[in-house]
Design a protein around this ligand. Sequence first.
Ligand code: V47
Ligand code: SF4
Length: 369
Amino acid sequence: MFKFRNLTAEQIRIINKVENQTPLSEEDALFLYRSRDIAFIGALAHYVRTRLHGLSTYFNRNFHIEPTNICIYDCAFCSFARRPGQEGAWEYTLDEIENICRSYVGKPVTEVHIVGGVHPKRGVEYYGEMIQRIKKILPHIHVKAFTAVELKVMFARSKMSIEEGLLALKNYGLDSLPGGGAEIFHPEVREKICDTKASTENWLTIHRTAHQLGIPSNCTMLYGHIEKYEHRVHHMMLLRRLQEETHGFNTFIPLKFRNENNSLSHIPESTIVEDLKNYAVARLYLHNISHIKAYWPMIGKTTTQLSLSFGVNDVDGTIDDTTKIYSMAGAEDKNPVMTTEQLVQLIESAGFIPIERNSIYTQFQAAVV
Ligand code: V47
Ligand code: SF4
């Protein structure tokens, strides 16, 4: 398959595994991360990407609601959270959330993504009512909502087990979970960047239970801060294991750490080469997760285009300028909005085929602008 010259024995071993569809080991992933041969890693990841999806590149039409940025936690990497009453804090009422949804009536959006701070007072009933009100206004919308970190506190407040809480939310209309809150699972890192919020075990248990209840989810990894390659591999190993068990993850989304306005601002951000390498290693190692998503508001449009040749096959959605989490942390796009036409153009001009998908990758159609 490959016409590379001067390959090392290690590289040839990895090519053979990839061609034979043998899962890479943690040592293989570490070897790739440590390699400087970005063209080699990229070509291998592209081979797997095209084996799985050809040149198809998925997107959807979505908007975000960030109900509040008030948060009981203080994660070192976060630029978004505020204390109650602090300057810059916001908290939408349910009526305001309804108004946001009304502005989408008649527009072809298919998904609302809801992630926010961990509010000190709100439980399952409140968020359940939120989902019900959203679905009354937008009956066909897919509600992808609440990170495991938000859910853990929400369930505790409502004195519900994880299973009871998830079932209650499902009955209110919750369709899937976003992948946030995972950060880095390894305790050496987790205790330094987010020691008080949902633990690794909590995150994995909530997603496992969701999958068992028929609620699919996404998974993420916040990289490019204090973690080492070993920590990234350990993180993906835990995700791959859970996927082996449940098959409930739809997509893996590497989240590049952005360093403005937070306690880790002294740490330089990862380079584009590192970002591309990270996508590629994820594509190669996570053999049982079908989709790798580049979250364009975080990395910008140019890196998103490049990422499509490094294992990525999904670019999230139109977003419609409805998220602040990343712009507050210094992301490229201060006002993330792309029309479907622009998203399609971004994919096509990188040499790929835009395909609109539903939120759980069960329905696909050629992009119509
Ligand atoms: O858990 C916070 C990340 C996540 C920063 O499922 C930061 O489709 C970079 O859940 N630099 C929440 N990242 C967002 C989330 C998400 C995002 C995109 C797609 C999906 C999906 C889910 O945002 C947090 C954290 O990892 N984050 N601060 C920062 N400074
Ligand atoms: Fe709160 Fe989430 Fe920010 Fe952590 S990352 S402080 S849990 S909003």
